[in-house]
Design a protein around this ligand. Structure first.
Ligand SMILES: CCCCCCCC/C=C\CCCCCCCC(=O)SCCNC(=O)CCNC(=O)[C@H](O)C(C)(C)COP(=O)(O)OP(=O)(O)OC[C@H]1O[C@@H](n2cnc3c(N)ncnc32)[C@H](O)[C@@H]1OP(=O)(O)O
Length: 151
């Protein structure tokens, strides 16, 4: 039995819990739908700047390289978190393009942090930038997410 993820160790005092299903419904099952899951466990917050932030635990079943998360698992987390960040900022979107730089192997069974920022809104195009880190200096991946308004 894997140790329980220690979300509280990374949670900052100025973060407030964010209720994703109340905004977008319960359809986001692939990544965040199972808080006790063996692959992903996510917690959403708004940070002190009101940007969406997520704590994401990568379980052993996200394995790609031995002992580390599959790039596709990081992409799935970034897809959901950055798309949801646009929704949380008031933009009903789907993701049109997600461009990821993988910078460092992410160890399994660890909690990572995703910081987001809506950097521009041009017509229907909403650009969200994200960083997947260990909550300190360690950068696992960074991404630009082009979201397109659908409503
Ligand atoms: C369909 C209904 C959904 C309803 C959902 C409601 C509930 C939501 C609940 C919960 C959400 C939670 C948050 C999301 C979390 C998860 C994120 C995901 O995994 S999303 C799934 C993966 N994404 C797709 O499957 C997109 C598939 N693609 C499409 O649907 C279309 O291609 C779409 C909407 C992206 C664009 O199609 P167009 O026909 O509406 O618009 P055009 O005219 O092609 O593009 C508009 C502008 O955007 C640019 N653009 C579009 N796609 C681009 C791309 N891939 N790269 C660069 N530019 C792009 C175009 O160049 C154009 O720019 P110019 O206005 O001319 O400046």
């Amino acid at each position: 039995m894997a140790p329980l993820p220690d979300f509280e160790a990374l949670r900052k005092t100025d973060w407030t819990p964010f209720d994703a299903p109340s905004l977008v419904g319960k359809s986001l099952r692939f990544v965040s739908g199972d808080p006790q899951g063996k692959r992903f466990r996510l917690r959403y917050f708004r940070d002190g700047k009101n940007d969406l932030v997520a704590l994401a635990w990568f379980g052993e079943e996200t394995e790609g390289p031995p002992g580390h998360a599959h790039g596709g698992s990081m992409a799935a987390v970034l897809d959901e978190v950055l798309g949801l960040a646009a929704w949380a900022a008031g933009h009903p979107i789907v993701v049109g393009n997600l461009n990821i730089h993988f910078r460092k192997l992410l160890p399994l069974e660890s909690v990572a942090q995703v910081d987001t920022e809506v950097v521009s809104v041009k017509g229907r195009k909403v650009l969200v930038r994200g960083r997947l880190t260990d909550g300190k200096e360690g950068l696992y991946a960074e991404a630009d997410c082009l979201c397109i308004r659908i409503l």
